[in-house]
Design a protein around this ligand. Structure first.
Ligand SMILES: NC(=O)c1ccc[n+]([C@@H]2O[C@H](COP(=O)([O-])OP(=O)(O)OC[C@H]3O[C@@H](n4cnc5c(N)ncnc54)[C@H](O)[C@@H]3O)[C@@H](O)[C@H]2O)c1
Length: 305
């Protein structure tokens, strides 16, 4: 079975590609390397250096005829989406439509979309948040992720395209980009490695649900087998605040650089924690890594790379 992974040179996408290849799938990657890196690319995957908005994408579908798609390529910087919603929409809406139109034309059977939990549900929802919670995104990034989910519903209704949406919590692990704004674990690992102070925005009481990348990849693999359209949270269902994260990271790394506080970021979400009971029931998925075990592997990678 041939599978196209968009964003396959990125953090989560490259781990997914490695695992698909291990399972003997034939894998092709489309990535514009805007945040992804060549060094992440599995040499056994055929690589197309391409923007998903590009008309040349059709030639890839025509030549490769993938049976399934994992769509991870995205502009995923929330602050950038606020500063430039047009740029955000070009990748996250126009790019998605370019993919979906080709899926219909070249009869792709399955579309797995990597969506987000925190940015879609927003604050003020039940914790841990189930998929049935009212979506209330407060950033263009959250809005386009939700819009893509709605487009998938439409493409299923209109053309019969089967899909699975995975709404991820805060993912962390080896290869995460520490230059982004989202990867707080990667940013802290980088600061620890360089014996720099750890900078926390505000007092550090905002909570996140940290899920290890290997668990996310396992959920992606299970999603391929789902016969009907579904939306699932993928999370650890553990609410940790940033101070707790720092303490655990200092414990596993054995490094204690000073902690400094910067002013809180206006509008930053205060709580995020997702309920994963639905994917557990439907696809028998549950996370295997607790925070300490995941941070140990992550820290090891950062130390060595
Ligand atoms: N990391 C998280 O905590 C998290 C949480 C929820 C959802 N997600 C989603 O997971 C997906 C992967 O995120 P990641 O953390 O691996 O980030 P990443 O930046 O490492 O990966 C994104 C990849 O997409 C590529 N890309 C971006 N725009 C593109 C375009 N227009 N055309 C082709 N390729 C393009 C980048 O070069 C990169 O390789 C994204 O869709 C993101 O929204 C991530």
């Amino acid at each position: 079975m041939k599978i196209l992974v968009t964003g396959g040179a990125g953090f989560i996408g490259s781990h997914l590609v490695d695992n698909l290849i291990k399972k003997n799938y034939s894998v092709i990657v489309a990535d514009n390397l805007s945040t992804g890196k060549r060094v992440n690319l599995n040499p056994k995957a055929r690589f197309y250096h391409l923007d998903i908005q590009d008309k040349k994408l059709e030639a890839v579908f025509k030549k490769e005829k993938p049976a399934a798609i994992y769509h991870l390529a995205a502009q995923m910087n929330v602050r950038k989406s606020i500063a430039d919603p047009l740029f955000d929409a070009r990748t996250n809406i126009i790019g998605v439509l370019n993919l979906l139109e080709n899926c219909v034309k070249y009869k792709v059977k399955k579309f797995v979309f990597i969506s987000t939990g925190g940015a879609i549900y927003g604050d003020g929802v039940k914790i841990p948040t189930p998929e049935t919670a009212t979506e209330a995104p407060i950033s263009p990034y959250g809005i386009v992720k939700l819009a893509t989910e709605k487009y998938l519903h439409y493409y299923h209704h209109q053309y019969g395209l089967n899909y699975t949406v995975l709404r991820l919590a805060n993912v962390y692990g080896p290869r995460q980009n520490f230059q982004g704004e989202a990867g707080v674990v990667a940013i802290f690992c980088h600061q620890l490695k360089n014996n720099q102070p750890l900078f926390i925005n505000g007092p550090g009481r905002q909570t996140r649900d940290f899920v290890f990348v290997a668990d996310v990849v396992a959920a992606c693999l299970k999603a391929l087998t789902d016969k009907k359209p579904n939306i699932y949270n993928v999370a650890a269902s553990r609410e940790n605040n940033i101070q707790q994260l720092v303490a655990t990271l200092q414990k596993v790394s054995g490094r204690k650089t000073p902690v400094k506080h910067r002013p809180a970021i206006k509008g930053e979400q205060m709580r995020s924690c997702l309920n994963y009971q639905k994917i557990k029931k439907h696809l028998s998925w549950s996370p295997k890594y607790d925070l300490e075990k995941g941070l140990k592997e992550t820290w090891q990678w950062f130390k060595e790379n």
